[in-house]
Design a protein around this ligand. Structure first.
Ligand SMILES: [Zn+2]
Ligand SMILES: [Zn+2]
Length: 225
């Protein structure tokens, strides 16, 4: 009934979602965005005189060429991501996908295919959806580029957040594989995930893609810690 009247509520506060199920202007203002210049390693703001931010400078070689992120993973950003991931609110994929597409349009990096970090089926089964697939699919549709889930998890991995930094990469070793029958050789691939924390998950997934012969990898996340 609301739809017939042209009213689409904002998925966060229930206010008027600008007629297209988008965030309302008030909620849109509450996201904290990153100022330019942006770091090619994580998408955050460059905070020194180097080309990368201070946390990327300390990282061993990132296997990707470029990174885009949308907003800070702080109070409001975290609230929205939590609602999307754990609150059974898959409809947040549309406004978040649109936001991601707007960020990606700002750079002129090549893209042949957008894909996302997969969940192990046991976690997928519990949650009912993979939030990164949902928003990345909508982002790809906005940009007019193909989306395909080309990676799979070979085994379940303990939650990264529960592990000390050094253990994270070890925990993920060999956790991904390219799905049988996927032809991705020579492609410029963008890899989507929800939150950029240390980049360990993206690191392992990107390396799996590179081993399979893709031309290069770039990463897209909704938020950065
Ligand atoms: Zn709102
Ligand atoms: Zn960075």
């Amino acid at each position: 009934m609301f739809k017939a009247l042209g009213f689409f509520p904002c998925p966060v506060c229930g206010g008027d979602g600008a007629g297209c199920n988008d965030f309302c202007p008030e909620c849109m203002k509450r996201f904290r965005r990153f100022a330019s210049p942006r770091c090619p390693g994580c998408g955050g703001t460059v905070d020194g005189i180097l080309a990368q931010c201070s946390s990327c400078v300390q990282e061993p070689m990132r296997p990707w060429l470029y990174a885009v992120t949308c907003f800070r993973y702080d109070s409001f950003g975290r609230e929205v991501i939590h609602k999307f991931k754990f609150g059974n609110f898959p409809e947040l994929a549309r406004p978040l996908g649109r936001m991601a597409a707007a960020e990606m349009r700002k750079c002129s990096e090549p893209i042949d295919l957008l894909t996302s970090v997969p969940l192990h089926w046991t976690r997928y089964w519990r949650r009912g959806y993979n939030q990164s697939v949902l928003y990345a699919e909508l982002c790809a549709a906005e940009l007019g580029v193909p989306f395909r889930q080309v990676l799979r998890r070979t085994r379940p991995t303990p939650h990264q957040a529960d592990l000390p930094r050094k253990e994270r990469l070890k925990n993920l070793k060999g956790a991904f594989a390219v799905k049988r029958g996927e032809h991705i050789k020579g492609l410029h691939i963008w890899l989507a995930d929800d939150v950029f924390t240390t980049g360990a998950t993206l690191h392992e997934a990107a390396k799996t893609l590179l081993k399979a012969g893709v031309a290069d990898v770039r990463v897209l996340t909704l938020a950065r810690v």
